[in-house]
Ligand binder design. Structure first.
Ligand SMILES: *Cc1c(COP(=O)(O)O)cnc(C)c1O
Length: 801
């Protein structure tokens, strides 16, 4: 179809004029984007059909990834690359006077996620398709994705993200495959043939309409599917108040909850969860039965991965289907169900473990409640038999407790495998947070260290580095990212190290150009680009970075003639709208930035910039330009992190704690190629267990700490009054839960090492080593591990057809 540039140009102009009803010369960038997107979708359709046909006829086992979030970002350039037509399209468009980069800018980020968890789901879909696994995603088509962040006077202001307002070229609405989801009502039981039967009556019905998004594999003719559900009113409204019914129904898929870890405790959120799993399971069961599957062997052809606890209602929902619709006995239904699901845990932060008030749960989902109650009772009965009289064990392991449904215990009991997302995290689960469960189910817990799609986070976002690597070691790493290790043979090649330096300079220059255009700020390109981008959270410790910046500025003022290494500190972070502390930190970053950027002495060396509206497409611009990657969470708190992996792959050096996957990065590259500091997880946990940390002592005894902390409230930061009292209180009065002051001195020392090591030969060697060892953190490796150790699925081979 796009065999030659001229053929492409001809077809593009024709498509554009047909779609827009205008002469080519009058068309807008948006119309051009739409035309190109439409052509791409048409181009991939035959492979989409063929992939689905193959899956139908092979009847092999398939995996379904259930996630309340998919943080996809933009798709256009990726689709072009995966179809192998990027060059012909880019050059063709240029002949027509259209830079592809201009058209790319039209596409809205698909921001259907908050951060790491949602982006992980997107990377997994990419790897599933690129490795030709039969794996599909199920999620929600939120009409509004994660809010847009604007900064007004240094404060975060949230704006809705109406990303669908101009339609979505990638999706296909499949009204014919809509299903009904039932809420509220009551459950009636009756006896037939000595068996209790349950019926869920007088429910409120909602239509779940699927929108399918094609998920391309990298140049391999595989096109999997991400199915996103949209809630619509049923054509037969349940009661007379049609307007209210319509409003309530549409509300279900109106917004993504802008909360990372805190449980928002909203009925609507529970509705979203059940809506997702009920609709998805109905589809899966329907297609399984259509292919003449016997539901007793469902688990032999279907495996469902639950991304965190949000989709865990799938467990009682499959029980409901097997009990109420197929008339299975409890034992058989439970056997099938617990062989179908696997659960991924993403956090040990206790405030993030999901629970629902029973009264609410029971009112919204009465049949689900009945089933969860029975799962709970049978489980407690089993525990009683194992350890009679051990009430404390039963209490800790129970699903219902204190008037609440606890989702993590339900997930663990109802699935055949539980995995953590990095080695350290899995160890903490097994030895501490979920020790009792681990002992109750030996062998159920596994580790699957997260990964990132190297195709997006290196090949797409960093073309200069990609070409440099190709020139150095050939292209095999593109499909086998572990082959990046071949770079290690070139550690002492001064020519290659110099080229790495040139590539980094070029990427920094591109970022500077973008920041100038978008925000009107001129970045100093010869400085270290030190980047801290992630959700704003106390445990991620953006505050530690800020205190270091204040302290560095103080040192510069004291010794203005010292030869300071210039540095640009870049931040990007969204705070959950209800998370006051996090929002105050955003204001603090801005106040510190103002104080520094206005100081004629300090600003000669350092610059602080907060880039608003951090999201996937911004991350893709920032990460290739980073010299330093800030991964400074309190040890034991960050389950894995994936931002850390993206930076590593792009040759930034990490300053970080031994937390999450940083530990595994350290194991691969060694301490000499990163800047480690601070307490380790063991030390943090023993402080938490035994006490002994007094933050005030660090404040009192370290003048650098006292100076910087005092500056938050002593009028040094203009026009902020007592705004930052709560932050100082969190450090001193509340004894600094996240050990910011405890790690301060160590962080400062590490930052000084960064400054003195920068731009030496050894720096670029470390850059090379980081890139070389980053292949392990490709999500291709992660997905192969899931496929082999958990899912028991094989890639679909094309050769047979
Ligand atoms: C990768 C990514 C994250 C996760 O970053 P962490 O540093 O691991 O918390 C969050 N948001 C976006 C947009 C990302 O691309």
């Amino acid at each position: 179809m796009f065999s030659s540039r001229s053929a492409f140009c001809q077809q593009f102009v024709k498509k554009l004029e047909l779609l827009s009803g205008k002469p080519f010369a009058d068309t807008t960038s948006r119309e051009q984007f739409l035309a190109l997107g439409t052509m791409v979708r048409e181009q991939l359709s035959p492979d989409w059909i063929a992939t689905n046909e193959r899956l139908r006829s092979e009847q092999g086992k398939q995996v379904y990834y259930f996630s309340i979030e998919f943080l996809l970002g933009r798709m256009l350039r990726q689709q072009l690359q995966y179809l192998g037509i990027e060059e012909v399209v880019e050059k063709g468009l240029l002949e027509l006077g259209i830079p592809l980069s201009d058209i790319e800018e039209i596409e809205c980020d698909a921001g259907l996620g908050n951060g790491g968890l949602g982006r992980l789901a997107a990377c997994f879909l990419d790897s599933l398709a690129s490795l030709q696994y039969p794996g599909h995603g199920f999620g929600i088509r939120y009409k509004h994705g994660l809010f847009k962040q604007k900064i007004v006077d240094g404060f975060q202001v949230e704006w809705p993200d109406p990303w669908l307002i101009n339609g979505n070229v990638w999706e296909v609405r499949r009204s014919d495959e809509a299903v009904e989801v039932h809420f509220f009502g009551n459950v009636e039981s009756s006896e037939a043939g000595g068996k209790l039967q349950f019926r869920h009556l007088n429910t409120e019905k909602v239509m779940a309409v699927p929108y399918d998004i094609p998920i391309l594999g990298y140049q391999n003719e595989t096109v999997n599917t991400l199915r996103l559900w949209s809630a619509e009113p049923s054509p037969f409204p349940p009661h007379q108040d049609i307007m209210r019914y319509k409003r309530d129904t549409e509300a279900i898929t109106e917004f993504l909850y802008p909360d990372d870890t805190h449980d928002p405790g909203k009925l609507l959120r529970l509705k979203q969860q059940y809506f997702l799993v009920s609709a998805s399971l109905q589809t899966i069961v329907r297609s399984f039965v259509k292919q003449k599957g016997d539901m007793r062997s469902f688990h032999e052809r279907v495996v469902i991965q639950l991304n965190d606890t949000h989709p865990v209602l799938a467990i009682p929902e499959l029980m409901r289907i097997l009990l109420d619709e197929y008339g299975f006995s409890w034992e058989v239904a439970w056997d099938v169900t617990t062989r179908t699901f696997a659960y991924t845990n993403h956090t040990t932060l206790s405030e993030a473990l999901e629970t629902w008030p029973i009264h609410l749960f029971k009112h919204l989902l009465p049949r689900m409640y009945g089933i969860v109650e029975e799962i709970h009772e049978r489980w407690c009965g089993q525990l009683w038999e194992e350890t009679p009289g051990d009430w404390s064990r039963i209490e800790q392991l129970s699903i219902l407790a204190d008037g609440e449904v606890r989702m993590a215990p339900l997930a663990i009991v109802g699935s055949f495998c539980v995995n953590g997302v990095a080695e350290l995290h899995t160890e903490i689960l097994k030895k501490r947070e979920m020790r009792q469960f681990h002992e109750a189910f030996p062998g159920k817990f596994q580790n699957k260290t997260n990964g990132i799609a190297h195709r997006r986070w290196l090949m797409k976002s960093n073309p200069s580095l990609t070409h440099l690597i190709d020139d150095a070691i050939g292209e095999r790493w593109r499909s086998e990212p572990a082959a990046l290790q071949e770079l290690r043979k070139l550690e002492d090649d001064p020519n290659l190290l110099e080229q790495l330096r040139v590539v980094k300079r070029k990427n920094k220059s591109l970022l500077a150009q973008y920041v100038k255009e978008q925000f009107g700020i001129a970045l100093r390109e010869d400085a270290i680009f030190d980047i801290h981008i992630k959700r704003l959270h106390a445990y991620k410790r953006q505050l530690l970075n800020v205190l270091h910046i204040l302290s560095l500025a103080n040192s510069i003022r004291e010794e203005p003639n010292h030869n300071w290494t210039p540095r640009v500190f870049l931040f990007g972070a969204k705070a959950s709208p209800g998370y006051t502390y996090a929002k105050t930190i955003i204001k603090l970053i801005h106040s510190v930035a103002d104080s520094i950027n206005q100081d004629p002495i300090v600003r000669k060396y350092i610059q602080v910039v907060f880039l608003e509206n951090y999201r996937v497409s911004l991350a893709e611009r920032l990460i290739p330009a980073a010299d330093v990657s800030e991964q400074i969470s309190t040890a034991s708190k960050e389950a894995s992190g994936t931002g850390n992996m993206k930076f590593m792959m792009n040759g930034a050096l990490t300053i970080g704690t031994l937390d999450g996957a940083n530990v595994e990065m350290h194991n691969r590259i060694g301490a000499e190629h990163m800047f480690l500091f601070g307490l380790n997880a063991e030390e943090v946990m023993s402080y938490q267990r035994d006490g002994g940390y007094v933050a005030r002592e660090y404040y009192t005894h370290d003048p650098r700490i006292r100076h910087a902390v005092d500056q938050l409230t002593n009028g040094f930061l203009p026009h902020t009054g007592d705004l930052f009292n709560t932050i100082v209180d969190s450090l001193i009065e509340e004894n600094d839960t996240f050990f910011v002051l405890r790690d301060f001195a160590s962080y400062l020392a590490a930052q000084q090492t960064v400054a003195t090591s920068y731009d030496r030969m050894s720096w670029w060697r470390s850059t090379l080593v980081n890139i070389a060892e980053s292949g392990h953190f490709s999500s291709d490796r992660t997905i192969r591990e899931y496929a082999k150790d958990i899912w028991n699925i094989q890639p679909v081979s094309h050769e047979m057809y």
